[in-house]
Design a protein around this ligand. Structure first.
Ligand SMILES: Cc1ncc(COP(=O)(O)O)c(C=O)c1O
Length: 402
C-alpha cells in the first residue's frame, strides 16, 4: 500500500517498543525457541478471585451496557475514597474520571490540551509511550535527564532550566518505569517549588506503580503537597499493576474539573466509556483489601534483591538497586565495544539486547527505547527460578564477549 496513505502524524511516531518486545518473545517461543522474556510490563499474577467474581456477577446481572463516559458512579465514588484514603488527595465525583487504562487517560489528557509547538517536559529514562503521544498531537517532548548516580531523578533546578514560554506540562512518573526510582516528599517539594512561579504549567503524575515500593519506602503523590499544586495536577493511576489487571484495561485519574471535563469529551468521541464489566471489577478491587498487592510486592522485592545481586556480579554490568516498580535497569556501557564470538560488534545497548536474545535466549529491552542508551531494562515479572536462569545465561553470554 502507498506510504502516502498514512498521516504525517502517524509517520512521526514509533510503535510501542514494549508491545513490540512482547510480540517478539511470543513469536520466538511459537517457533520453538527456548526464550526467557524479561520484557514483560505486567505482574505475573492472576487477578484476585474476589475481583473476578465481582465481574462475573456484573456480567450476569446486566452490567453490560454503555456507561457514562466518566465511569459508573460506584466506581467514581470508590476512586474518590481511594485518593483520599491512600494519597491524601481531595476529589469529588466530578473531578475523577475512568478510562481504558491509564494509558488512554494520558492519551486523552494530552489530546485535550496539547497544541502544536507546546512543550512537554519528560524526565528520562521515560516510559516509552510518553514522547510519542506528545508528538501525535504536534507537541514537543523536552527530555530532562537527572543525575545517573541519583537514579536519574530530576530536581527543581533541572525543571527550572527546561521551562520556556511554550512549556505546557511536566510529566512525572513515580515510582518510575524503567529505573524504579521513587521520588521522596522532599524531592517532590523541590520540583513543586520550581513550578511555583509558573501557574499555567500543568503537571501530570503517573502513579501506576504506587504500591510497588521497596525497603520501607512509601509513595508520595505530588498533588497531596498543597492546594496550589493540586489545582493543576492530574494524578493518573489504574488497576493494571496493583491488582494484576492489565487485560481489563481500566485506568482512572483526578485533577482540575476543566481537564477532567476535557478528557471526558475526548472519551465521548473515541471509546465512549471503559468496559462496563471492568468498571464493576475495579470497584471490588479498589474497595477491597490491600493484602493481595502487599503479598505481590513482597515477592517483587525478593526478586529484585536476587536479580540485582546476580547482575552486579557480572563483569561489565553495574546495576542500581531499584527503589520500586518491578524492573532493574542495569548500566551495560562497559560491555560496549566488545565483540561477540561470531565477530559481531556490540556497539550499542540495542546490539547487546539482540545478542542476549539470540545467544542466551534472554529477551530484554534496550535502554534506547526509554531515552537512555547504554542500559537494558530487565523485568522482574517472572518466577524466581526463571529469573535466576536468565541472570545465569546473561552472565555466560557476557563472559563470551571479548
Ligand atoms: C509508567 C506506566 N504508565 C502507564 C502504563 C499503562 O498502564 P495501563 O495498563 O493502565 O494503561 C504503564 C504500563 O506499562 C506504565 O509502565
Amino acid at each position: 500500500m502507498e506510504e502516502a496513505i498514512l498521516s504525517a502524524r502517524v509517520k512521526g511516531i514509533q510503535p510501542s517498543p514494549s508491545v513490540a518486545a512482547r510480540a517478539l518473545v511470543s513469536s520466538l517461543k511459537s517457533k520453538g525457541h527456548e526464550i526467557i522474556g524479561l520484557t514483560v510490563g505486567e505482574p505475573d499474577f492472576g487477578t484476585p478471585m474476589h475481583v473476578v467474581e465481582a465481574a462475573i456477577v456484573g456480567a450476569t446481572s446486566g452490567k453490560t451496557r454503555y456507561t457514562a463516559g466518566a465511569g459508573i458512579e460506584e466506581l467514581r465514588s470508590a476512586i474518590v475514597d481511594k485518593f483520599d484514603r491512600e494519597n491524601g488527595i481531595k476529589s469529588d465525583l466530578n473531578t475523577v474520571t475512568v478510562g481504558t487504562g491509564a494509558k488512554q487517560i494520558i492519551f486523552n489528557a494530552l489530546a485535550a490540551t496539547v497544541n502544536p509547538g507546546d512543550e512537554v517536559l519528560i524526565p528520562a529514562p521515560y516510559w516509552v509511550s510518553y514522547p510519542d503521544i506528545v508528538k501525535l498531537y504536534g507537541g514537543i517532548p523536552v527530555v530532562l535527564t537527572g543525575d545517573p548516580d541519583h537514579d536519574f531523578k530530576i530536581t527543581g533546578d533541572d525543571v527550572r532550566r527546561a521551562i520556556t514560554p511554550r512549556t505546557k506540562w511536566l510529566l512525572l512518573n513515580t515510582p518510575t518505569n524503567p529505573t524504579g526510582a521513587v521520588y521522596t516528599r522532599q524531592e517532590l517539594q523541590d520540583i513543586a517549588e520550581a513550578l511555583r512561579p509558573y501557574p499555567d504549567i500543568l503537571i501530570m503524575t503517573d502513579e501506576i506503580y504506587e504500591h510497588f515500593t521497596f525497603d520501607g519506602r512509601t509513595h508520595v503523590s505530588l498533588a497531596s503537597l498543597d492546594d496550589e499544586i493540586a489545582s493543576r495536577c492530574l494524578t493518573v493511576n489504574g488497576v493494571s499493576k496493583a491488582f494484576a489487571m492489565t487485560g481489563w484495561r481500566l485506568g482512572y485519574a483526578t485533577g482540575p474539573a476543566q481537564i477532567i471535563g476535557a478528557i471526558n469529551k475526548v472519551t465521548s468521541q473515541s471509546t465512549t466509556c471503559a468496559s462496563s464489566i471492568s468498571q464493576v471489577a475495579a470497584v471490588a478491587a479498589l474497595n477491597g483489601s490491600r493484602e493481595f498487592v502487599e503479598a505481590m510486592v513482597e515477592v517483587f522485592e525478593r526478586r529484585r534483591g536476587r536479580a540485582w545481586t546476580q547482575l552486579n556480579a557480572i563483569p561489565g554490568i553495574e546495576c542500581a538497586k531499584a527503589e520500586g516498580a518491578f524492573y532493574l535497569f542495569p548500566n551495560i556501557m562497559k560491555l560496549l565495544g566488545c565483540s561477540a564470538p561470531n565477530g559481531k560488534d556490540i556497539e550499542s545497548d540495542v546490539a547487546l539486547a539482540e545478542y542476549l536474545a539470540e545467544e542466551a535466549g534472554v529477551a530484554t529491552i534496550a535502554g534506547t527505547s526509554f531515552g537512555m542508551p547504554g542500559y537494558l531494562r530487565c523485568s522482574l515479572a517472572i518466577e524466581e527460578k526463571k529469573l535466576d536462569e536468565a541472570c545465569a545465561r546473561i552472565a555466560r553470554a557476557c563472559h563470551r564477549l571479548s
